[in-house]
Design a protein around this ligand. Structure first.
Ligand SMILES: Cc1cc2nc3c(=O)[nH]c(=O)nc-3n(C[C@H](O)[C@H](O)[C@H](O)COP(=O)(O)O)c2cc1C
Length: 357
């Protein structure tokens, strides 16, 4: 039994938000010990100029304010994504707004982009600017913004010199109207403005940062077609599939099931993997995909990659499994490659895409 197993009952006696705050404190203070493994070159993933030491990242929403990116990387993650960060600080929705579903190993949240805003995160990221490791910045819009698109533009301008990559998050279900940006024409307008700013900033800085786009799993086939057409014609570097779902169909647990918000964790695995496979079928090798949703083991990560993901991210299952999860998964990936005599993890990508369609 590990340290986390001993601490879990006490942590779970707290509200999810209290437990989350405590875990951030634990990482900040060094109370959570590092668990980084020696890099396995077979797990390296290249994406543009970025070289990911392994394909397992922390998903956005845990380190919203860029407080602990280096401690997260020390847990064995190949990359981390801070945010979602909005231009101005905002408090989010009234509490309670995060609910554990322990039987299903899921979570429902309607946080509503609670975060300290651009300035606070920028100060922290500037302080670690010369540190190694891939730290993406996930950007979003203030709830009361009069122009959502311009909030993303501000994000690009603000963090251009401290981010490894950007994620434009247009798929949170908790900011009314945000998911409308996924519609074809609105998405084209957003991406045009975003890449205008990437052009301007890359001219100034001499480096071109990759832009990822994060989409919802609640999409009809025609909506997926529309998104695929737009992103294919864009300069995006990756598509993240997916954010949380509004669906409750896969829940067995009744308590909290009807709470409003986005569902994540195990009950999201099937759906997000199906949408991932659908997008891989549409985009093929034209655009790398990042698979997110319900990953809690090396087997899950492998399934995401076989469905079409070049990289994966996780959050919710770590709440249940503890901080050893990333290194356990990374070790499991290496073992899988050895067992099946696979020279490089990239060989898994899309290899069982058809099973999910
Ligand atoms: C409490 C919580 C907060 C989240 N906040 C964000 C966020 O700010 N931005 C974002 O893009 N995704 C956010 N997410 C979604 C996750 O990044 C991820 O896409 C989703 O939870 C599915 O992965 P998982 O099942 O491994 O958690 C959040 C998820 C949870 C559980």
């Amino acid at each position: 039994m590990g340290l986390f197993d001993l601490a879990r009952p006490a942590l779970f006696a707290l509200s999810p938000e209290r437990a989350h705050a405590l875990s951030i404190q634990g990482l900040k203070s060094g109370l959570v010990p590092p668990a980084r493994l020696k890099d396995d070159p077979r797990l390296q993933v290249g994406l543009g100029d970025l070289c990911f030491p392994n394909p397992v990242g922390l998903a956005a929403g845990y380190d919203k304010n860029a407080e602990v990116p280096d401690a997260i990387l020390d847990l064995g993650f190949g990359f981390t994504e801070v945010g979602t960060i909005t231009p101005r600080p905002q408090s989010g929705n009234p509490k309670p707004r995060v609910f554990r579903l322990p039987i299903d190993k899921g979570m429902i949240n309607r946080l509503g982009f609670n975060n300290e805003g651009h300035a606070a995160a920028l100060t922290r990221l500037e302080a670690r600017r010369d540190s190694p490791g891939i730290v993406g910045v996930n950007i979003g819009a203030n709830k009361d913004s009069t122009n959502f698109v311009e909030d993303y533009v501000k994000g690009i301008d603000t963090f251009y010199n401290v981010a490894s990559y950007f994620t434009a998050n247009i798929s949170s279900p908790n900011t009314p109207g945000l998911r409308n940006l996924q519609a074809g024409e609105a998405l084209e307008v957003l991406l045009k403005r975003v890449f205008d700013r990437v052009d301007a900033n890359s001219e100034k800085s001499g480096k071109r940062l990759p832009i990822f786009l994060k989409i919802a799993p609640d999409l009809e086939p025609s909506e997926m077609d529309e998104i695929a057409d737009v992103v294919k014609a864009s300069q995006l570097s990756a598509l993240i599939v997916s954010n949380t779902t509004l669906d409750r169909d896969t829940l067995t647990e009744r308590k909290h099931a009807q709470e409003a918000g986005g569902l994540s964790g195990k009950p999201l695995f099937e759906k997000s993997t199906r949408i991932l496979a659908e997008m891989y079928a549409r985009l093929g090798d034209k655009l790398p995909l990042v698979g997110v949703g319900g990953i809690g083991s090396a087997k899950d990560a492998i399934q995401k990659m076989e469905a079409g993901a070049s990289l994966v991210q996780l959050y919710t299952c770590m709440v249940y499994a503890g901080p050893c999860l990333p290194s356990d998964i990374v070790r499991g990936l290496s073992t899988h490659l050895t067992k099946h005599n696979i020279p490089n993890i990239s060989e898994l990508v899309g290899s069982k895409n058809g099973d999910w369609i």
